[in-house]
Design a protein around this ligand. Structure first.
Ligand SMILES: Nc1nc2c(ncn2[C@@H]2O[C@H](COP(=O)(O)OP(=O)(O)O)[C@@H](O)[C@H]2O)c(=O)[nH]1
Ligand SMILES: [Mg+2]
Length: 435
């Protein structure tokens, strides 16, 4: 670890601006914070608001990014025990799968997909634009690029460790003529980094906390390649609290609910899937949700079939399974969420003419974007009487979790298609919700 960096000498706490609607466990305005001081080498908690930012490896998709948020939220909870941190939500954009032409899909705030007040009931979060407005400009003081260890890990014992090390890969940041670092920054070209260094890390998210608390005096710190951090405790109470706080944006849920009602005869009353706006009040006994009278299907295609994976079925194989499930569960309707290309959709329509899909108009596509349409598909699948997804798709995994929150019997949730040539078709693990 590098040595203790000199703290700024002494200063008053930075007065925070008034932030409407912000519910923060540590409201910087609730009391006048004391001034901070560096006393020799001793570390003194910083009372001014500190900003944690992060980003993920560009090729990663929407649903893995949702998982990385859970890991970072866990780190933020650890940081909050010492300092007044807030998480700056990384704007969405330029995702590989968001290929709909002619609609701009960068710099998308989280509120387009998620309910911000719900996120804020778990940890204090702000959008990037708010960070720009309140932090005094498009500057990020310290960027840490997370990476593994050049030497790999030694056989045998697993140990958690973190060390400032030379950068292994070519940096995705370059210095401009003013010595500022320029980079992707979610499409915010005016953003600049003041300092960039690399951290080799092997361990769970909170392993970064000591570095952020002691090794830097920066008020804004960004962790790039944050997917390198593991979960502090996958499937534990803290994990589920954060997951439960990731409530989809209301406008998308409403679209999904209207579609359920209109095309699938599915309502929360009849299906016993009541949703409480305040997730902290939602605690459903397992098996109480019935779900709408339809089979929910997630058929992941594209890159999942290009590699000729043996755990993904052909369309014929999938339809055969769908027919047998419809019969077994005495259902007549089937809702299909898929990223299949047009030719495959056409074939699917021939094989399964009765399938129901959410087919957006151009206006709807422009309004909700590819990310919003995926959320709507997930929401509808989450309300089905029975769900079957695709092997190791994080898109399917997020549906499992949504159904777990709604209180479905695990037998109706943790199912996946098997490939025709697959010998050992293991079904997904049941991750039981913890309150
Ligand atoms: N609307 C919609 N989009 C999908 C569906 N399946 C995949 N996609 C898109 O493809 C992306 C898949 O990437 P990702 O979220 O990483 O999930 P994974 O790759 O299946 O683990 C999603 O984020 C969506 O943009 C689907 O059933 N419906
Ligand atoms: Mg993916």
């Amino acid at each position: 670890m590098p040595g203790q960096q000199p703290q700024p000498q002494c200063g008053p706490a930075r007065p925070g601006p008034v932030l409407p609607g912000r519910v923060s466990p540590r409201d910087p305005l609730s009391s006048q914070p004391p001034a901070w001081c560096a006393e020799g080498a001793r570390w003194v908690p910083r009372t001014a608001e500190l900003y944690l930012l992060y980003d993920v490896n560009p090729p990663e998709g929407f649903n893995l990014r949702r998982d990385v948020y859970i890991r970072i939220a866990s780190l933020l909870k650890t940081l909050l025990k010492s300092d007044n941190w807030v998480l700056v939500l990384p704007p969405w954009g330029r995702l590989y799968h968001w290929q709909s032409p002619d609609i701009p899909q960068v710099r998308i705030p989280w509120s387009e997909f998620f309910d911000l007040p719900s996120l804020n009931r778990n940890i204090p979060v702000i959008e990037y634009e708010q960070f720009l407005a309140e932090s005094g400009g498009p500057f990020i003081e310290q960027i840490y690029v997370l990476q593994g260890y050049a030497e790999g890990w030694k056989e045998g014992t697993w140990e958690e460790k973190i060390d400032e090390r030379p950068c292994i890969d070519q940096l995705m940041y370059s210095k401009d003529k003013h010595e500022y670092y320029r980079g992707w920054f979610w499409g915010y070209e005016e953003t600049r980094g003041l300092n960039v260094s690399c951290l080799s890390v092997q361990g769970s998210a909170s392993i970064v906390a000591p570095v952020l608390l002691k090794n830097t005096s920066a008020q804004s710190v960004m962790l790039d390649r944050a997917e390198n951090l593991l979960h502090d405790h996958y499937g534990g109470k803290d994990y589920w609290n954060t997951r439960r706080s990731m409530v989809f944006a209301k406008h998308l849920r409403v679209v999904g609910d209207e579609f359920r009602n209109k095309y699938l005869q599915s309502t929360d009353e009849a299906d016993r899937t009541h949703y409480k706006e305040d997730w902290t009040q939602m605690k459903v006994k397992m098996g109480t949700a019935l779900g709408g009278p339809y089979l929910g299907v997630h058929l992941r295609r594209k890159d999942f079939i290009w590699g000729h994976r043996e755990d993904v079925p052909s369309l014929q194989g999938a339809v055969k399974k769908i027919r047998s499930l419809l019969e077994m569960h005495k259902l007549e309707k089937v809702f299909v969420a898929t990223d299949a290309v047009e030719e495959e959709i056409e074939l699917l329509k021939k094989l399964l003419p009765e399938m129901v899909r959410f087919e957006p108009s151009w206006e709807e596509l422009e309004l909700y974007k590819d990310g919003g349409l995926a959320v709507i598909d997930q929401w509808i699948c989450a309300h089905a009487r029975y769900f079957i997804g695709t092997s190791v798709s994080t898109f399917s995994f997020r549906i499992h979790e949504e159904r777990e929150i709604l209180g479905f019997d695990p037998k109706t949730t943790y199912n996946r298609f098997c490939g025709e040539r697959e010998k050992n078709c293991e079904q997904p693990t049941h991750w039981k919700i913890v309150y």
